[in-house]
Design a protein around this ligand. Structure first.
Ligand code: ADP
Ligand code: MG
Ligand code: ZN
Length: 707
């Protein structure tokens, strides 16, 4: 076998066969391991270029690659691309007629095929695995490998059989390497894939999930206030093009309409007020309308699309500046895919996730709809026989509503309890469905729990996502630009400096925690006897601020009581927290609702708006995000130039883009304020505790006028 292939040779193959100039991040290492014959699991986001990671090694090794893929559309797409490159490719799936399959087998046995694509169920056909085993394969690639795991959201029972067929297909002696590829595998799914496929000393490549130019902002906002906040945000043309994910078709349409009535900012001096070009997109629209919306968005005629989850699969738009979730997504996987559509061009982009307690109820509703009670499935299963029945006939025999019936049958089919053939005939399947269905419904509920925890966590948002996808190593680095890392840079969510009362309570918290290892947040709150001084929500915001400032740590924990799992949060002091005395200078920024500019107006406004107003008078209120460039004095310009020079060096040292050290707006603001001490520097718009910690001393040194 071709081992130890030179870099130059790999690049030569990449160029001559695929026509690509360079490898993308991670591809070369994966190709090398595969060429060396290693079993491997590759987890990279959609669109990162996983296919190349089995295609190129297979060509380098010589012979035929067997590619197992769960969807006909995916297979056809890859096969068409490879054929267009002049490679010899065949597919075998149920959408093709028998002659094609027979020819594919003939070609395979003659050794003229470079790639053979099959659906997993093909391995159930008697004699087929034996036919494949007659030749030694170059490699076996399993695409969308998460389908093998019942923990994965697309579980396919047919994938489950792969494990038992692989040993025969890999052959004796120097076994053919197995490559498992997927974009979504949490650590438990990863472990399941390795075990199910019986991989030998597998190498795991998990990367590419971090997106350096996406700033994630999470905002708690009551449902009725979201539309207005979204309209004000997107009135600024710099925040468009944008995608807004709505929670229902009705909401998508309402919001698109409100946006279309909103006057776009900018365009000053013109007579006609330009509106925001927006449209709704959801599965309830006819395909012609959907096509039109998608094309117009792609072409830039529409600048905002308000969509349900159905939108975005087919779009390839690099300059999306904003993605807004007007409600909580069901899973972090879905959420990540959706925010990932922003900033494909690498330019800074922002994403907003709006949530409140009410979102949980909506989700319970969806969960019940998508995962109907087992009893529904039971009813359908009982009505099935070994004799094929027409679906309509079956529907008549089962006493369920039309949608309930469809959902139950769909679930039964997915979990192997029913078999539906191409003519729409249904027969009874196995009995294993009950177990896998229950596991999956449970898993789905847990997925949502994770979304909830993501919103309440005080960890860097990007780090939390990267960790969720299993890249533990990369998760130790904070992004520097999300609302947790850089609260002062938040656009929608507003932060304020602590009041004397806040400061007092911080001290009580520290004193209360000092003698103990940890306390539950609830106990802590009760001990402090906050009385009328602070609500539970305000207390939580204060704790969050203390986490960000590195004074305390909060850890999710649980215990069992009467067979019920009870979750709570443990708070403990950090070393820095231990040192806090009433005189200690603290860089605290407390979350305080949303920036007034985006909030509700009018007399009937809820308490939140009043709160915003109160905080507007506070000294720490940051400048309007849209504030134009500051006019600097000559001395200010000199300082700004010095700061930029320092920033360039610092960015280089840290290997970060310059705007992540300090953005231009902050540099101007610092140059204008010329802070003389940490407190003054912290009051500058754009300076958060994170930046203070990392760069405070250096910036103050530059401002200190050593002229
Ligand atoms: P996924 O990881 O989602 O399976 P694909 O393998 O389908 O992604 O690749 C996504 C796109 O990236 C394809 O159009 C592919 O041709 C392209 N691509 C992959 N590798 C490279 C490369 N090294 N240079 C340029 N384009 C590439
Ligand atoms: Mg793929
Ligand atoms: Zn961050």
């Amino acid at each position: 076998m071709a081992t130890g292939v030179e870099s130059a040779n790999l690049i030569a193959l990449l160029r001559s066969v695929f026509g690509f100039a360079v490898f993308r991040a991670g591809q070369e290492a994966v190709c090398r391991a595969a060429i060396d014959g290693r079993d491997l699991l590759l987890v990279m986001p959609t669109g990162a270029g996983k296919s190349l990671c089995y295609q190129l090694p297979s060509i380098a090794r010589g012979g035929t690659a067997l590619v197992i893929s769960p969807l006909i559309a995916l297979m056809d797409d890859q096969a068409a691309k490879l054929t267009a490159l002049g490679l010899k490719v065949a597919r075998i799936h149920s959408g093709l007629d028998r002659g094609v399959a027979r020819q594919a087998c003939v070609d395979y046995l003659q050794g003229t095929l470079q790639f053979l694509f099959i659906a997993p169920e093909r391995l159930r056909v008697p004699g087929f695995p034996e036919m494949l085993a007659k030749r030694k394969l170059a490699l076996i690639a399993i695409d969308e490998a998460h389908c093998i795991s019942q923990w994965g959201h697309d579980f396919r029972p047919d994938y489950r059989m792969l494990g038992q067929h692989l040993p025969g297909l890999r052959g004796e002696g120097d076994p053919t390497p197995v490559l498992a590829l997927t974009a979504t595998a949490t650590p438990s799914v990863q472990a399941d894939i390795l075990a199910q496929l019986g991989m030998k000393k597998p190498v795991q490549f998990i990367h590419g999930f971090r997106r350096d130019n996406l700033a994630i902002e999470v905002v708690e906002l009551p449902v009725p206030e979201r539309a207005e906040a979204i309209c004000s945000l997107l009135a600024n043309p710099e925040r468009r093009p944008a995608i807004v994910y709505a929670t229902s078709r009705k909401n998508a349409e309402k919001l698109a309409e409100e946006l279309s009535r909103t006057v776009s900012r900018g365009g000053a001096g013109r007579h006609s007020a330009k509106r925001i070009p927006a449209a709704a997109y959801h599965a309830g629209l006819d395909s012609e309308t959907r096509e039109r919306v998608q094309t117009a968005f792609q072409a830039g005629e529409l600048e905002v699309v308000v969509a349900t989850i159905a939108f975005g699969m087919g779009i390839d738009k690099a300059d999306i500046r904003t993605v807004i979730h007007a409600g909580l997504p069901a899973t972090l996987e879905g959420y990540y895919q959706e925010i990932g559509r922003a900033g494909r061009d690498g330019a800074p982009s922002r994403t907003y996730l709006m949530h409140s307690y009410a979102d949980q109820k909506t989700h319970d509703f969806f969960l019940n709809r998508d995962y109907p009670p087992v009893e529904h499935l039971n009813q359908v299963h009982r009505a099935l026989t070994d004799e094929p029945q027409q679906v309509e006939e079956l529907r008549g025999a089962v006493r369920l509503g039309e949608e309930e019936f469809d959902k139950a049958l769909e679930k039964l089919e997915i979990h192997g309890g029913a078999r539906v053939d191409f003519g729409g005939n249904v027969t009874r399947g196995g009995t294993g469905w009950k177990k896998t269905y229950a596991i999956q419904a449970q898993y789905r509920a847990e997925q949502f729990e994770k979304v909830l925890r993501f919103t309440t966590s005080s960890e860097c948002r990007m780090a939390a996502l990267v960790r969720h996808f299993g890249d533990v190593e990369d998760a130790s680095r904070a992004c520097g630009i999300c609302d947790v890392c850089d609260p002062a840079g938040a656009v929608l969510r507003q932060f304020r400096r602590p009041s004397p009362v806040d400061r007092e309570i911080v001290q009580s918290i520290v004193d209360d925690l000092r003698p103990v290892d940890y306390k539950a947040t609830g106990t802590l709150q009760r001990n402090l006897e906050l009385g009328g001084r602070m609500s539970r929500n305000e207390f939580d915001s204060l704790l969050e601020a203390m986490v960000r400032a590195g004074l305390i740590e909060i850890e999710e924990a649980e215990f069992e009581k009467d067979g019920e799992v009870i979750r709570f949060r443990k708070v403990r002091l950090t070393e820095r927290g231990l040192e806090v005395r009433p005189t200690t200078l603290l860089a605290l920024l407390i979350s305080d609702g949303i920036v007034e500019e985006f909030g509700s107006r009018g007399a009937s406004a809820p308490p939140r708006a009043r709160k915003s107003k109160a905080s507007a008078a506070r000294p720490g209120k940051k400048a309007e995000p849209e504030a134009g460039p500051v006019q600097l004095s000559a001395a200010g310009e000199t300082l700004a130039a010095r700061l930029r020079e320092w920033r360039a060096a610092e960015a280089k040292r840290l290997g970060l883009p310059a705007y992540m050290v300090l953005n231009d707006r902050t540099i101007s603001a610092v140059a204008q304020a010329r802070p003389a001490n940490p407190n003054q520097l912290l009051a500058v718009s754009g300076m958060g505790p994170g930046k203070m910690e990392k760069f405070g001393e250096a910036i103050l040194g530059l401002c200190g006028g050593k002229e």
